[in-house]
Design a protein around this ligand. Structure first.
Ligand SMILES: Nc1ncnc2c1ncn2[C@@H]1O[C@H](COP(=O)(O)OP(=O)(O)OP(=O)(O)O)[C@@H](O)[C@H]1O
Ligand SMILES: [Mg+2]
Length: 318
């Protein structure tokens, strides 16, 4: 770990932001992210997540926000905004906002060239950044001809080439097919294992247990901040914020209604497999499920806790 990785990477204190048309996007937002931590930032549409991200590298900070932001221990200096991408790389929600040069190689080289890094080093960074996102040799491809999934990865490469300590991403897995989604999750896991500080905005709750040490729910202000388990256990707050819990956790809640013994609900497939294995081993190789007079009402109450509109009805599943 680097020296910076041990301190506070991002400190946001009492941040408030109102767009020029009067829309209040952020109110009294405060949180800290330590170096090397990986945090998922979740919240419903319009919650202020993208607005918050635009503050972290100073894009919105200088125009009409109140509160303070420190990145790697230093407040954002409006005179040094151009140096921010060295500390924190931001991958925007729409990759088209990040790919504006004719060729992908030029897009990935853009940041390092602006920093005055010499040619050979820029070339090396472009090649390694593209390789890391699975686009090795794509230097001469036309950026706007890339597919949606390739653009997502290309946008990440434009940030990696700056070699920042912190990477913040706005919905990296949105609109990806299952294979591309899995590949992207692998890229994020590798970055995490290298000690990068990650802030990942996502609606993809099923990816969170693998990716994030901590979950922050933003709903104009911070409404929850804790481990994935803590946050996903507080279904009332989640549902009030228009969010959902991982499918696998919901499924084990259903299994419990069939008397499956389980105190701690698994959040990922991997922990579900561990949990099932243990239960089978303790039961002499068997897992016993029972239907009893309260099973259906328990399933029903689990569904009404987790779901926004749907309710479980026995006749729907025959
Ligand atoms: N340029 C703008 N001018 C005025 N209002 C804006 C502007 N950009 C965003 N907003 C408003 O600010 C609020 C927060 O928007 P933001 O884009 O940060 O939400 P979000 O959490 O990223 O949502 P999503 O999940 O849909 O991406 C919304 O009410 C939005 O309509
Ligand atoms: Mg957004």
């Amino acid at each position: 770990m680097t020296a910076t990785a041990k301190g506070v990477a991002i400190r946001v204190h009492d941040l408030n932001y109102r767009y020029p048309d009067g829309t209040v996007a952020l109110e009294h937002v405060s949180f800290e992210i330590m170096g090397g931590e990986s945090v998922a930032l979740v919240g419903p549409n319009g919650a202020g997540k993208s607005t918050l991200l635009l503050h972290l590298n100073g894009i919105l900070h200088s125009i009409g926000s109140r509160g303070s932001i420190e990145i790697l221990g230093e407040p954002i200096d409006p005179k040094k905004i151009h140096e921010m991408p060295k500390k924190i790389g931001i991958v925007f929600q729409d990759p088209d906002d990040m790919l504006f040069m004719p060729l992908l190689g030029d897009d990935v080289a853009f940041g390092p060239i602006n920093l005055g890094i010499e040619r050979e080093e820029v070339k090396r960074r472009v090649a390694t950044s593209l390789e890391r996102v699975g686009l090795a040799g794509y230097e001469t491809r036309v950026s706007h001809h890339l597919s949606g999934g390739e653009k997502k990865r290309a946008a990440i490469a434009t940030v990696l080439s700056m070699e920042p300590d912190i990477i913040a991403m706005d919905e990296p897995t949105a609109n990806l097919d299952p294979k591309s989604r899995a590949e992207l999750i692998d890229i994020l896991k590798t970055l995490k294992s290298e000690g990068k500080t990650l802030l990942i905005i996502t609606h993809d709750v099923n990816a969170i247990p693998e990716l994030a040490d901590r979950v922050i729910i933003l709903h104009r202000t911070v409404v929850a901040d804790g481990t994935a388990r803590e946050v996903f256990s507080d279904t009332e707050t989640l549902v009030a914020a228009g969010l959902e819990v991982p499918m696998i956790m919901q499924f084990f809640e259903v299994l419990k209604a069939f008397e499956y013994p389980c105190d701690v609900l698994p959040l990922s497939i991997e922990s579900a497999v561990r949990n099932l294995t243990e239960t089978a081993e303790n039961g002499g190789g068997h897992i016993h499920l029972h239907i009893h007079e309260h099973t259906h009402s328990e399933v029903d109450s689990a569904f009404s806790r987790y779901h926004h509109h749907k309710r479980y009805h026995r006749h729907q599943i025959g």
